[in-house]
Design a protein around this ligand. Structure first.
Ligand SMILES: Cc1cc2nc3c(=O)[nH]c(=O)nc-3n(C[C@H](O)[C@H](O)[C@H](O)COP(=O)(O)OP(=O)(O)OC[C@H]3O[C@@H](n4cnc5c(N)ncnc54)[C@H](O)[C@@H]3O)c2cc1C
Length: 455
């Protein structure tokens, strides 16, 4: 039986996976490109906080880590919508206070997961080891050590690549005949900005909410941090040919950026003393969707997390989906003890359709977040949706709830969400107030679609 596993990439998924494998009794060597982030900041201005929700929480609970992680999580009970005139409105995420998402610092979470993984004697982390390629037939992984500048080749009979959206191992898999791969960049990029705490350390806006400034073709969001600050992310078109004056290309001077914020985000601007510094110093991040197949090569190699399914961040599910991969892989390990070919093959079959579905859901949600949350018809439909959820709690479950607060497969959430959307379109047509919707018609439409809505 193969007892030694190699993980490439000690990010969020790789570090959690190391815990899962160690708990199953495996010896795990984790190779990470960066230096040890617990010793020096290696973050580099990339998404400082993330929304952790039910699927991710469940994955942490399965290996007993959630209670620890909870200490660094801030609950967010709803979207706080900031209109252009500065008015705010809280739209709860769930039906009550038990349904919420959590703002977690990416770096703190990663560091904690590394600490927790290293508590197992069988887990060894190797830093500054950038994977540069892999000889797939010889099962030999190539690394460049940044500290010693040495190139190394290390044999590994079972490898799991969690090296993120630009995975070096996946690049090698491109050489496999009939390997399918697509990488689609959005025409939108993102920029991280900062709202500091008040001088006493308290938050300058509502703490327990995800703040959104939806502005049609672009938006600003803000998530709370443990130190009283908020990390804001501006999502904006790259090119002026798409966004006109609302584009990164156009915003090339301090005057233009100040003017843009004055016009679109006045209330946020007042809270951002370092806006110009942040805007011109922080990199503009790219957003992409990666899909590929197969994810595995016999019992020798598998991809997991962003390495095989990077998605846009608009449903807050990339990390949650990567953590969910660990649950499924772990179940397959339990079922097919030691037979890695079966383990990997079943893991991929269980996950592929679902990660494709969350990729589509995430793209659709961008339109919802940047545009529709401020739209009167959208809000009307949301109210009808929550009424129907009360009347048919098992059948008409809001899409957001299915994805964020439940663990039903993403592909089911996508399918049911589309049927529900068409029902909501019918019920909201021609009415102005939610109480005007035709309940008999709702009942008829739901009964007609019962089989699909319950499967
Ligand atoms: C702006 C933004 C906001 C997001 N918000 C959310 C959110 O709210 N909720 C959510 O669930 N998800 C969110 N995500 C997605 C989330 O960040 C990813 O899905 C998650 O980080 C995936 O984890 P991973 O371990 O697969 O990849 P990563 O976290 O990218 O980790 C990959 C690791 O591999 C290492 N590595 C890379 N290349 C090599 C190499 N050649 N050799 C060795 N090591 C290597 C990297 O240094 C890194 O440590 C967001 C993403 C973005 C961009």
């Amino acid at each position: 039986m193969q007892n030694n596993i190699t993980i490439v990439g000690a990010g969020l998924a790789g570090s959690l996976l190391a815990v899962y494998l160690a708990q199953k009794g495996y010896t795990v060597n984790v190779y990470e490109r960066r230096g040890d982030m617990r010793k020096a900041d290696t973050g580099g201005g990339k998404s400082i906080n993330l929304a952790l929700s039910t699927r991710g929480i469940h994955a942490l609970k399965e290996v007993g880590l959630y209670e620890k992680i909870k200490e660094i999580a801030i609950p967010m009970y709803g979207r706080m919508i900031h209109s252009i005139d500065g008015k705010t409105q809280l739209q709860p995420y769930g039906r009550d206070m038990s349904e919420y998402i959590n703002s977690v610092s990416r770096a703190e979470l990663n560091k904690m997961l590394m600490d927790l993984a290293e508590e197992y004697p069988g887990v060894k982390m190797h830093f500054n080891m950038r994977c540069t390629g892999m000889d797939l037939s010889a099962c030999e992984i190539h690394y460049h050590n940044h500290e010693t500048s040495a190139d190394q080749k290390i044999k590994s009979n079972v490898t799991i690549a969690t090296d993120g959206a630009t995975s070096a191992i996946r690049m090698e898999m491109l050489k496999i005949p009939r390997f399918n791969f697509s990488q689609v960049y959005e025409n939108y990029g993102y920029k991280e900005l900062h709202i500091p705490p008040r001088s006493g350390g308290s938050f300058q806006m509502e703490t327990n909410a995800l703040h959104i400034w939806p502005r049609g073709s672009f938006m600003l969001i803000a998530l709370p941090n443990m130190d009283g600050s908020f990390t804001c992310t501006l999502f904006l078109a790259y090119d002026s040919s798409l966004g006109g004056i609302n584009s990164f290309e156009h915003l090339d001077s301090k005057e233009k950026v100040t003017e843009f914020f004055k016009k679109n985000f006045t209330d946020a601007l007042e809270l951002m003393p370092t806006l110009l510094e942040d805007f011109f110093h922080n990199p503009t991040g790219t957003l992409m969707t990666v899909k590929c197949y197969p994810w595995v090569m016999g019992g020798k190699l598998a991809l997991l997390g962003d390495a095989c399914h990077a998605i846009v961040p608009f449903f807050g599910q990339g990390m949650n989906a990567a953590f969910e991969d660990c649950i499924y892989l772990n179940e397959c390990i339990g079922k097919h003890s030691g037979n890695w070919e079966k383990i990997f093959s079943e893991y991929q079959e269980l996950r592929k359709a679902n990660t494709d579905a969350i990729a589509d859901l995430a793209q659709e949600n961008f339109i919802e977040m940047r545009d529709l949350v401020a739209d009167a018809r959208f809000q009307l439909k949301k109210k009808i949706e929550s009424e129907l959820y009360k009347i048919y709690p098992d059948t008409f479950v809001p899409k957001y709830t299915m994805v964020t607060f439940l663990r039903i497969p993403y592909s089911t959430a996508l399918k049911r969400g589309r049927i529900q959307e068409s029902i909501l379109n019918e019920l909201s047509a021609g009415i102005k107030k939610p109480e005007e919707f035709d309940k008999a018609k709702a009942d008829k439409l739901i009964k007609e679609n019962l089989e699909n809505l319950q499967s």
